[in-house]
Design a protein around this ligand. Structure first.
Ligand code: AMP
Length: 494
């Protein structure tokens, strides 16, 4: 079981800072609500304390723009193309150290701008030295995140003519091998498929200069650490290593100790949700969740909604129910082929779908900056998962709402999340909704809970990774040579 409290990262940072003033600021942030919060009774200030940039970071950010990094003009052109005007806190903190060639431990999650925090200095480095050799490797837990990182390299590295490739399972092996053969500068890979390429000899990592391990805690949860260790054995020892993780459980500390050399630790929370996300609970009987969701969608000004369910089955079924009710809805879950997953994601990004129903694992790493609402149809299993989910909304300084449908069996998890956030979540009701409607006939019932009620209030056991594994599409592995010892891993994440 992962027992790391939500704010471990924050404390870990303070521990490293050894700055009592920071500790005091952190404590005040946690217990003193701002005026706005007293009025609205929303736990914004507390959430800000957990997620947002601290005042020192904000000061640092204010004083800095991208020109201060003195990046290669072609990389600066990439920043302009991406439309970034000022660095996010994680970028302000990390980029100088990465440019100096230092190892970096980054405590940050998706939504903070961490991708550019490592991509920009890597691109700058690539401007000198041999091209078309793999000099940077990013290892990420899911193909969605890998694609997102690849896209960032493509946009930011367009003027620099940097070539990157993604390597993950669930798609053909040979086109990836062909791209590698033509010569690339950056490889963005999920661990299993990367090992396949290493085993086949289709990827040459002997010129590697920078390794990035992204979302290390997620990779641990998904059982990827044995694969990571194998990959490490194939990399040059003299290299720069950057490790990013949203949380800092013992296992990540151990990995960091092993792979990082005198690292500079930088840490921020998710920037945007801090100021812009409001949170609410919608208590409802389990059998009324779907009608309540429909009602919420009807009455709320929802531009684009990411709905989370506990299982892929529920995601699929709810997506179908919403579509049947006339919503432009799609579901994203591991049983879809890669093409259909991509189509669902693209459709959501372009606004063809207003609602995307997803499981945690399928949604991991999704960068959909325009998400207006995150609705937890099922409450997440851990406070960390709650943060990851709400990190999808309120990005890029837009406002967002995070709604959670809860029934009696979720009470303990609600308390756990509230404790972690440091403040109670607002309870809301939808006016005019018949909360006392009886359970409909069996056929019309919402998808059943994935597990017995008594288990639902407990944080997910570490074997949540195992529970997540069925997410992987059941596809036949492309023919790859037998390796001496194939690592245990989720098939779809190869
Ligand atoms: P990430 O945390 O890397 O997933 O990034 C989250 C989102 O922030 C992505 O849509 C990025 O394109 C965007 N982003 C990253 N850096 C900046 C920046 N300096 N200014 C504005 N947006 C940014």
């Amino acid at each position: 079981m992962r027992t790391v409290p939500l704010f471990t990262a924050e404390l870990f940072h303070l521990e490293l800072d050894r700055n009592p003033l920071n500790l005091l600021k952190f404590a005040i942030n946690q217990v003193v609500p701002g005026k706005e919060d007293q009025k609205s009774r929303r736990p914004r200030k507390c959430i800000r304390g957990l997620f947002s940039a601290g005042s020192a970071e904000r000061r640092e950010r204010k004083q800095m723009n991208f020109t201060a990094f003195n990046l290669h003009p072609d990389v600066a052109a990439g920043i302009r193309e991406a439309g970034y005007t000022e660095p996010t806190p994680i970028q302000a903190q990390a980029i100088p150290s990465v440019l100096q060639g230092r190892d970096v431990m980054g405590l940050a999650q998706t939504g903070t701008g961490k991708t550019a925090a490592f991509a920009l200095p890597i691109l700058h480095r690539l401007m000198q030295g041999r091209r078309a050799h793999v000099r940077a490797l990013v290892v990420a837990p899911t193909r969605e995140l890998a694609e997102q990182i690849h896209e960032a390299f493509t946009t930011l590295g367009r003027a620099a003519r940097v070539r990157s490739v993604t390597l993950y399972g669930g798609v053909s092996f040979n086109p990836q091998a062909d791209k590698l053969k033509k010569g690339v500068d950056v490889v963005v890979a999920c661990p299993g498929r990367l090992l396949d390429h290493i085993g086949q000899g289709t990827v040459d990592l002997s010129h590697l200069e920078v390794l990035v391990l992204d979302e290390a805690d997620q990779m641990f949860d998904m059982g990827f650490f044995p694969a990571i260790r194998k990959i490490l054995a194939h990399l040059p020892r003299a290299r720069q290593t950057l490790l990013f993780s949203a949380t800092m459980p013992q296992e990540i500390r151990a990995l960091a100790n092993d792979v990082l050399n005198d690292p500079h630790t930088v840490q921020v929370g998710t920037v945007a949700p801090a100021a812009t996300v409001s949170h609410a609970l919608y208590p409802v009987e389990p059998h009324l969740k779907t009608p309540l969701l429909m009602e919420l969608l009807k009455h709320t000004d929802t531009e684009s909604v990411l709905v989370f369910t506990r299982t892929k089955h529920r995601a699929k079924r709810l997506g179908e129910q919403l579509a049947k009710a006339g919503h432009r809805a799609a579901s994203l879950q591991g049983n879809l082929s890669q093409n259909r997953r991509q189509a669902a994601l693209d459709g959501f990004r372009k606004g063809e779908f207003q609602v995307l129903v997803a499981t945690d694992i399928a949604a991991r790493g999704i960068d959909v900056s325009q998400v207006s609402h995150v609705i937890n149809y099922d409450i997440p299993d851990t406070p960390e998962a709650y943060i990851h989910r709400i990190g999808r909304t309120g990005r890029a300084a837009r406002s967002g709402d995070a709604f959670t449908l809860v029934s009696g069996e979720d009470a303990a998890m609600v308390r756990t999340i509230e404790r972690a956030l440091g403040s109670p979540l607002e309870h809301r009701k939808v006016d005019g909704f018949d909360y006392r409607a009886p359970a409909p006939e069996k056929t019309a019932q919402p998808a059943r809970s994935a597990r017995p009620a008594q288990n639902r209030t407990r944080p997910a056991p570490k074997a949540a990774s195992a529970a997540q594994r069925p997410e992987a599409p059941r596809r036949r592995r492309p023919k790859a040579p037998a390796r001496a010892a194939a690592p245990a891993r989720p098939a779809g994440q190869r």
